[in-house]
Design a protein around this ligand. Structure first.
Ligand SMILES: [Cu+2]
Length: 480
């Protein structure tokens, strides 16, 4: 009996040895109970608005963190000319980023501004306890609630309001992220940013002007008018781009507030070196697109090795190009021809005879064109350019050699504004000569309103050394 046992112990040791050699350690994964970690000292939690994040926890011990968050119901801009009443944690959508380390004890002060109309609360997915804190935090306007919790699971977690109707509070922007760093912190990187997707439901269609009320029917049907990063169209474009330098490592804390859609998060022209899948401990490597559930998050990082503009999208791609889920990361530095050569050769290939494709006509009832100043046209036109034209003509209107002609200092453009209007209305094909270079390609007709064409052309004519023509909707209408 004893002998047998001995043999089986020896067998076990041998197996373990083999395991260690071939598969790594035989030790069971250490399960630290973070609930037992004692806190040392006290500090005020740093909170940041997107796309910034507070500084890393580094090597600090677990502490008592005092956290002050104010709920504000406030009007903001969804996209140019479109206003929306956002309900916010800390004055931004998504709400303030909270950064903790495992074992921290958070003393949460939730304040509901006296000018607000409704009660709110907070459910933090990082909390172990009833409602994630929601049951202890319901707070009326002009009041403050205090509750505390210990963070015992490292990871990236969503927080959101959970006051009825829950969907409506989330749809109005009441969500954000709380990071619980592991002991010793996450590995250091050069740049860290906070990006969170959300879907919005307005009574008017995408782009319909004015203050747009929330539309409960569309929310129930899950047919959003806007799908955006950081609460609005263009939060990460047009001068608000994320930035990095060639050779740097970039970490994105990406969340999805929903309320409804699941995000297929992708960065065009990059591969994620690491993804903390669902914000947890599993690290996947070399990932193109990562799925972020509503009420979920992921931590992605990658090294930027070539300069350029990298586009953040929800790869459910109509959301990116038609509903706003598009951001940019601008990387500056020296080209690396080993990694990316640029175009080596370019020819024209038009198997279908190069007929001009038309974008489907919108069925929306066109509203009366508003009066605008040239400055307003330039501002709105810039947004239109950034979503419609830049993909071909490039961010600074510089075009792509042999394929897409430049709009910057374009002699073709500056010679004839009627011809430019017709190009956008009806498309353009056949050989054209721009600044002495020949192009023979196809520009599809763009499905834009008279006002939009006037705005985008006024923007282009007033940028990059062009001749400052102002184009009006009347001029466009006459040529339609
Ligand atoms: Cu709320």
């Amino acid at each position: 009996m004893k002998k047998k046992n001995n043999i089986s112990i020896k067998m076990n040791m041998l197996l373990c040895l083999l395991f260690t050699i071939f598969l790594g350690s035989c030790k069971k994964e250490e399960s630290v109970n973070y609930a037992d970690i004692m806190t040392e000292g006290e500090m005020n939690a740093e909170l940041t608005a997107p796309p910034m994040v507070p500084k890393p926890v580094g090597n600090r011990t677990a502490m008592k963190l005092k956290l002050n968050m104010e709920i504000k119901e406030q009007e903001g801009t969804m996209t140019d000319g479109v206003k929306y009443t956002y309900w916010t944690f800390g004055g931004s959508v998504p709400g303030s980023f909270i950064r903790t380390r495992v074992g921290d004890e958070v003393e949460f002060h939730l304040k509901n501004h006296p000018d607000n109309k409704l009660p709110h609360n907070i459910d933090l997915h990082a909390v172990t306890g009833p409602g994630g804190g929601a049951t202890s935090s319901l707070v009326a306007p002009g009041h403050e609630k205090v509750f505390s919790f210990k963070v015992i699971n490292p990871g990236l977690y969503v927080y959101h309001c959970a006051t009825a109707p829950v969907g409506m509070h989330i749809a109005n922007g009441m969500y954000g992220l709380i990071l619980v760093e592991p002991e010793g912190g996450l590995p250091p990187v050069d740049k860290e940013y906070y990006v969170m997707q959300g879907d919005f439901y307005t009574q008017g269609e995408y782009g319909a002007k004015g203050l747009q009320p929330f539309d409960m029917n569309k929310a129930v049907k899950e047919t959003p008018d806007y799908v955006v990063f950081n609460g609005k169209v263009g939060s990460l474009t047009n001068g608000n781009e994320l930035t990095a330098k060639v050779g740097e490592t970039v970490r994105l804390f990406v969340g999805n507030g929903g309320p409804n859609l699941v995000s297929s998060f992708h960065v065009i022209g990059e591969i994620f070196d690491h993804v903390h899948v669902e914000g947890g401990n599993v690290i996947n490597k070399n990932v193109q697109t990562t799925l972020i559930p509503a009420g979920g998050a992921a931590i992605v990082d990658f090294k930027v090795e070539t300069p350029g503009t990298f586009i953040l999208v929800d790869h459910s791609i109509f959301r990116a190009f038609n509903k706003g889920a598009l951001g940019m990361l601008k990387v500056e530095g020296k080209e690396n021809k080993n990694i990316y050569s640029g175009t080596i050769q370019e020819g024209i290939y038009l198997p279908e005879g190069g007929t001009i494709q038309k974008m489907p006509e919108s069925t929306a009832v066109k509203t009366a064109t508003p009066k605008r100043t040239a400055e307003e046209r330039i501002k709105i036109g810039k947004e239109i350019f950034g979503t419609t034209c830049f993909a071909c003509h490039q961010a600074e209107g510089q075009g792509i050699p042999n394929t897409f002609p430049p709009l910057a200092k374009s002699d073709y453009l500056n010679a004839d504004s009627k011809r430019a209007i017709k190009t956008i209305l009806h498309g353009l094909t056949g050989e054209v000569s721009v600044n002495g270079k020949k192009y023979n390609n196809v520009m599809p007709a763009q499905n834009l309103s008279d006002d939009e064409i006037a705005n985008v052309l006024t923007y282009i004519y007033n940028s990059w050394g062009n001749n400052k023509t102002e184009v009006t909707p009347e001029m466009v209408k006459a040529l339609r």
